[in-house]
Design a protein around this ligand. Structure first.
Ligand SMILES: Nc1ncnc2c1ncn2[C@@H]1O[C@H](COP(=O)(O)OP(=O)(O)O)[C@@H](O)[C@H]1O
Ligand SMILES: O=P(O)(O)OC[C@H]1O[C@](O)(COP(=O)(O)O)[C@@H](O)[C@@H]1O
Ligand SMILES: [Mg+2]
Length: 549
């Protein structure tokens, strides 16, 4: 029997930090601690048909970490029963639903979990797992008892309306729930805006529209006012759709709800067009955004190849994570250079951008550059007066790198007088996120929404529903908000991009240091393939083996 242990004074972040979990994995795989008993945390045991687990917790605010054989770790999500004793359950109404009666094993087994990492060696520990999403045999709500609400926060993303629609439909058609409230205008809508009654009829065709029918906002998160409003309205299921900032907000709402001992579910659905949320395979709307970006790249290519020494420059979204730029580049094959926040670059001198542009123009007569909005911000700060402005949510406002680099390229060639260039700058920023989601994102949104509803009905709370290695899971908030998902420039995916564009890497081997990988935000316990000498199975926590899309 393995035990997770920590001094009683350990903070949540210590217990959940990758370093701690890494040490735990090491210990449990070597069975070093198998016979030890630890004071301060009461081991909680339960048996299943297949194996015995041990969970250590006497504090509901600590992460629920359950260990099993061979280094198995379940990073579980909170449940009502953690802090509300004696709750009644009833049978899941889905068991009488004719649509599902034909499905074998429709209900998810209580022990089902999904591994975070699927590349393994014969001697690697089983590693971190998340609870598999899906309907449970027992539910913790009567249909008539449920009063749900949905809120959308942060920037727009294709698929928001689809998620709203599918939450309403799942609640109504699977669980007979008819009271669903839409909170208007993001978090502040809980206390400062109107609400809309959401019925299947109201949301029937909203998935065909971009944006969110509920409206959204940045800033305005006031935890106690929000929870007061939830309590006053008698809401007992809160569905929160939003990005990293939103999930942080959802996490504190959940903590407050638990502190007040309320039987209220807080369920997150991760939304990020930048794909900057960790753990999950990719975010909904990302495929749509990449597809939409192709139009801009195609236009840039047509413009560039139609004139002498044409340069097509496209700026795409990506504040700190360059996934859209990377995938749009890989999809297009017309791009000669892709610049992202995670990969520093320079303009002048040998191996610099100007030299490369000159070479491309001489060889091909034209070129296409894709730049993510967060790329090269350090160069802009050097040349312009640095402005530390923030949006209402506290996100740093970036300077327009597209405009800046256009001017720098034009200046360079007019100074050089070697060739006259013809540069066209296209900024499709808002066009790629204001569109409705494509077919595959619509299916993805549907699954995320259904998973969130199943989890809520089953009494799980404080979770984000997310796809991990192709399976729907429930992920505890702390795992979603503890760090950012970045393109790992020492991964194979970035190498694929470099070999497809033939652009300079702007780096020598000695530059590939810990500071330069993962957007300069390399977290403890993360090992890239390069630094890990190809040993991809051990010690990689929270990052997929290949860049996580
Ligand atoms: N650390 C935080 N704690 C509580 N609420 C937050 C936090 N960060 C952001 N929020 C709230 O989440 C909402 C969306 O955040 P924002 O960063 O704009 O977008 P996104 O969720 O898409 O990243 C805003 O209403 C903001 O006030
Ligand atoms: O101008 P807005 O609405 O603040 O949005 C711009 C920003 O939104 C983003 O799409 C990210 O937004 P989120 O953090 O809300 O997902 C960035 O790429 C971009 O910088
Ligand atoms: Mg964000």
């Amino acid at each position: 029997m393995d035990s997770i242990f920590a001094p009683k004074s350990s903070s949540t972040s210590t217990l959940s930090s990758p370093a701690f979990i890494s040490r735990f994995l090491e210990a449990s795989s070597s069975r070093k601690f198998s016979s030890l008993t630890f004071v301060g945390y009461r081991p909680f045991r339960y048996s299943s048909y297949s194996t015995t687990f041990s969970m250590v917790s006497n504090d509901v605010s600590k992460p629920k970490i359950i260990s099993g054989d061979f280094g198995y770790v379940l990073e579980d999500v909170p449940h009502f029963t953690d802090y509300i004793p004696g709750l009644a359950t009833c049978s899941n109404p889905l068991q009488d639903n004719p649509a599902y009666s034909v499905v074998k094993q429709y209900f998810v087994h209580v022990d089902d979990s999904v591994p975070q990492k699927i590349v393994a060696h014969k001697d690697s520990p089983r590693g971190i797992h998340f609870r598999r999403a899906g309907p449970r045999q027992k539910v913790y709500f009567d249909s008539d008892e449920v009063h749900a609400c949905i809120v959308t926060c942060g920037g727009l993303c294709p698929g928001l309306n689809t998620v709203i629609r599918e939450i309403v439909y799942s609640l109504y058609h699977m669980y007979g729930v008819s009271r669903v409230l839409g909170i208007e205008g993001g978090y502040r809508g809980f206390y400062a805006r109107n609400t809309i009654a959401l019925t299947p009829k109201v949301v029937n065709d909203i998935h065909k529209r971009g944006g969110t029918i509920l409206g959204t906002s940045r800033g305005g998160h006031d935890t106690s006012k929000i929870v007061d409003s939830i309590q006053d309205r008698g809401i007992n299921q809160v569905y929160i759709i939003g990005g990293d900032g939103t999930q942080k907000g959802a996490s504190v709402i959940f903590e407050e709800i638990r502190r007040r001992g309320l039987k209220v579910v807080v369920a997150g659905i991760p939304k990020t067009i930048d794909n900057d949320i960790p753990v999950i395979d990719k975010s909904f709307g990302f495929d749509t955004a990449v597809e939409e970006a192709q139009r801009a790249i195609n236009a840039a290519h047509v413009e560039a190849e139609s004139v002498e020494n044409g340069i097509g420059l496209v700026k795409l979204m990506g504040r700190y994570s360059g996934f859209i730029a990377m995938y749009a580049t890989l999809a297009s094959r017309d791009v000669d250079c892709c610049l992202i926040p995670e990969s520093p670059f320079y303009l002048d001198g040998e191996g610099g951008l100007f030299e490369y542009i000159e070479k491309q123009l001489k060889e091909n007569g034209h070129m296409v550059i894709v730049i993510a909005e967060g790329a090269g911000q350090e160069l802009l700060s050097e040349s312009k007066q640095s402005r530390n402005q923030q949006d209402a949510s506290g996100n740093k406002l970036l300077q327009d790198v597209g405009l800046w680099i256009s001017h720098r390229i034009k200046d360079y060639f007019s100074r050089q007088k070697t060739m006259a260039i013809n540069l066209k700058y296209i900024d499709p920023t808002y066009m790629i996120r204001a569109v409705p989601s494509n077919a595959s994102d619509n299916v993805y949104c549907t699954l995320l929404a259904q998973s969130a509803v199943h989890g809520a009905m089953a009494g799980y709370t404080g979770f984000t529903s997310g796809l991990v290695n192709g399976r729907q899971t429930y992920i505890p908030f702390y795992r979603i908000i503890e760090k950012q998902n970045n393109v790992v420039i020492t991964d194979r995916m970035w190498a694929r991009l470099l070999s497809s564009t033939n652009q300079p890497s702007f780096m020598s081997d000695k530059d590939v240091t810990e500071e330069n990988i993962s957007g300069g935000k390399k977290e403890e316990g993360t090992a890239t393939q390069l630094l890990d000498n190809g040993n991809c199975a051990d010690g990689v926590l929270g990052k997929k083996e290949v860049s996580s899309v």
